[in-house]
Design a protein around this ligand. Sequence first.
Ligand SMILES: [Zn+2]
Length: 299
Amino acid sequence: MGVPPRAGGERAQADGRAITFTLDLEDHRPDGSAELRYPTVMRRVLDWLDERSIRGTVFVVGEVAEAQPDLVRDIADRGHEIALHCWRHVPLTELSPAVFRDETTRAKAMLEDLSSAPVAGYRAPTFSLVPSTAWAIEVLGDVGFTYSSSVLAGHNPLFGWPGAPSRPFRWPNGLVELPVPVAGVGRFRVPYLGGTYLRVLPRPVVAGAQRLSRSDVSVPWTYTHPYDFDPDEPKWAVPDAGRLSPLLWAGRKRLFGKLERLLGDGNRAGPPLGERLSAADAGPVFSPSAGEATGSGRG
Ligand SMILES: [Zn+2]
């Protein structure tokens, strides 16, 4: 057994290194005929976390919760925070405000029922909270979310919000935003602590980016998906990824080892995101229509 999670998280937070483990629980199979692997892989990840006394935040897709209710109960029973990753795994750019409101309300209630706890956090698929989908902020506040981790502050080949603060901030309706930690690559900012970047970038590059961004990120978190831990998944062609498709499989074998280095056998892991909001409370207010943040920034 490692260090008790609270003690470890608090100690790590005190010296500003605590990285919270987060995972997006989604079914990324191209169609329903492919082998169902994520429930088994997810339980392997949960065992790994248990062995290190790490509690994190799991953002669950509503359709996944409907298909695998026992898995969601298991995650909650093991002490992790359950949060929402949209009802369906599509970017916000493909949803209307009315559909988003209906689906999000329904998904939040379902997750609260399964986890017997309030669901406070929301993450947009592929960080698709961008200026054109800013309507989602009001919906998330209305539906009762406390925080979001849906913004990539800067230019990115996929989705990004140039001009948004890279440190935690508040939207005008009070919703706290915990932006994905990013580091610069040319004119782009990439989320080096998650997904393909975390798997593919050499460990010294990740460590270097972490050092550079430390002053910028008061609530750092890593993000993963079940498939990131699944080297044996049969390969398929990812739509729109073309020749980059193999990148989705690269580095999967090494991910547990990389996380072990980042989280230090659990003693450098922070608590679930919902328990770290006080660190973001004094953040600036950023208005979607304004280009810059105002208010009481924390340096
Ligand atoms: Zn996702």
